[in-house]
Design a protein. Structure first.
Length: 431
């Protein structure tokens, strides 16, 4: 199938191997090194996967140099302006934008699965009220596997589809319950006449004793943030899910592993970390001190919400969300919020600093998403939970693509061993 090849000669043994080059529809071509070990006896070494494609995929395309992000070929800018989160979910899962009746059917399918089993609620009581909601998410989403294990055959495409719908539908219910548990309020049942994001806001902020009306500004802002976060090809959490799923593990348990990976501050936890950082900086006067700390190699402090492994010029999601951030603050009358002023000043100082310019460190999507969440009244420790709701769509789309691939095999990376050479056991009294 591959017309081009690359020839590698081992200068030590003189052996030569010809390896196929695969061309995708966009982006760099890939050299197939699967025969490298059998032919030359070497494994390849690429810590952090800087040059390694772990799979082939037709879901999301990123060009980090040009700041391009496409879902199934559609530019993120067009989807952000014209689409909705559930339409994007359909696109990511099935490869095409839905026709009107398909969108109605898909929305019905998702809303049919929004309730959670009543006994699942007992899991929340095992967590103290001050437990981090991401810890609760890992536990509760993982425990969904206990509810659907026997009836789920992942080799059956229909079963996979139902599992995907269940996950997308139940994530807002599970997430809102995390929040309600932390503040000691009763869980709110989903309302299927509301939009996906309207329902989430209602489950988080309504109480049984009062009328709650979903704010359309908040609803639209959340929908946009969710579109921007829906997928991002082979990032750490998605790769975790593919790796876990490659052993044919239960998809609910796999998504729990993705939530755990997402929680880290270098990944999805950055949105929460941005707010903690802004709190720590405290005022515009302290910015120079923190910029110096971020540049100091002996100081672990980093500017959270800055930098990205793939985007080297700008993060297209950040451009869109920055605009939305201004709009939301203006609409809600919070444009003079000191936190936002501090964030904008920090952004300006860092963008003009040689250290950040030379390393191509720009604000990423999470620099702004946290600020929007904050003005919408979402508590800081729920920020990464919000990210996990949106990314569930990408996770299940990537999982379905992988399991549906007839050539799928268990993922099993190799290593460069640099531990002790073989040695003999020494009795305890002679050590
Ligand atoms: N503040 C200060 N210095 C930084 C930062 C930062 N935020 N990010 C990278 N650097 C420096 C780093 O010290 C290194 O410098 P040098 O070449 O002198 O050693 C250079 O830039 C390259 O950094 P790296 O750690 O090798 O880059 P990476 O591609 O491995 O890491 C990253 C990417 C996103 C983990 C990193 O930039 C970072 O920690 N950023 C802050 C956390 C953050 O905002 N994460 C959210 C990412 S976007 C949401 C998502 O997709 O999950």
């Amino acid at each position: 199938m591959a017309k081009d090849t690359v020839t590698i000669t081992d200068n030590v043994t003189g052996k030569t191997v010809e390896l196929p080059i695969y061309h995708g529809t966009q982006g760099p071509a890939a050299v197939d090194i699967s025969r490298f070990y059998s032919e030359l006896g070497y494994v390849t070494y690429d810590p952090g996967f800087q040059s390694t494609a772990s799979c082939h995929s037709s879901i999301t395309y990123i060009d980090g140099q040009q700041g391009v992000l496409q879902y199934r070929g559609y530019p993120i800018e067009q989807l952000a302006e014209k689409s909705s989160f559930l339409e994007v979910a359909h696109l990511l899962l099935y490869g095409e934008l839905p026709k009107q009746e398909e969108l109605v059917g898909f929305t019905r399918n998702i809303t049919r699965h929004t309730m959670i089993n009543e006994t699942l609620k007992n899991f929340y009581n095992g967590f103290n009220h001050d437990a981090h909601p991401m810890a609760i998410m890992v536990g509760v989403v993982g425990s969904l596997s206990a509810f659907y294990h026997d009836a789920l055959d992942i080799r059956n495409p229909q079963h996979r589809e139902i599992a995907a719908h269940r996950l997308i539908a139940k994530m807002p219910t599970i997430a809102a319950a995390c929040y309600k548990h932390s503040i000691g309020e009763p869980f709110v049942y989903p309302r299927n006449n509301l939009s996906y994001c309207g329902n989430l806001l209602n489950m988080m902020f309504s109480v049984p004793c009062e009328e709650y009306v979903v704010d359309p500004v908040a609803e639209r802002a959340l929908d946009l943030i969710f579109i921007l976060h829906a997928d991002h090809e082979q990032n750490a959490s998605t790769s975790t899910i593919r790796l876990a799923g490659s052993s044919a593990a239960n998809p609910f348990a796999c998504v729990a592993s993705g939530i755990a990976a997402l929680w880290g501050p270098a990944h999805g936890g950055a949105n929460e970390a941005v707010l903690h950082m802004l709190d720590e900086i405290g005022s515009v006067d302290n910015i120079p001190k923190y910029i110096e700390k971020a540049k100091d190699k002996n100081d672990p402090f980093r500017l959270m919400g800055f930098g990205h492994r793939i985007y080297r010029n700008f993060d297209p999601r950040a451009t869109l969300i920055r605009k939305m951030c201004h709009e939301v603050l203006t609409k809600l009358g919070k444009q003079d919020d000191p936190l936002f002023e501090l964030a904008l000043k920090l952004e300006e100082v860092a963008l003009n600093d040689d250290y950040f310019k030379e390393r191509k460190l720009y604000p990423n999507v999470d620099f702004y998403s946290g600020i929007i969440y904050k003005v919408l009244g979402i508590p800081t420790n729920m920020f990464t939970v919000m990210f996990s709701i949106a990314r569930t769509v990408g996770w299940v789309a990537q999982w379905m693509e992988m399991i549906g691939d007839p050539n799928q095999r268990i993922a099993r990376p190799r290593q460069l061993y640099d531990g002790a050479a073989k040695r003999d056991y020494v009795q305890v009294d002679r050590r």
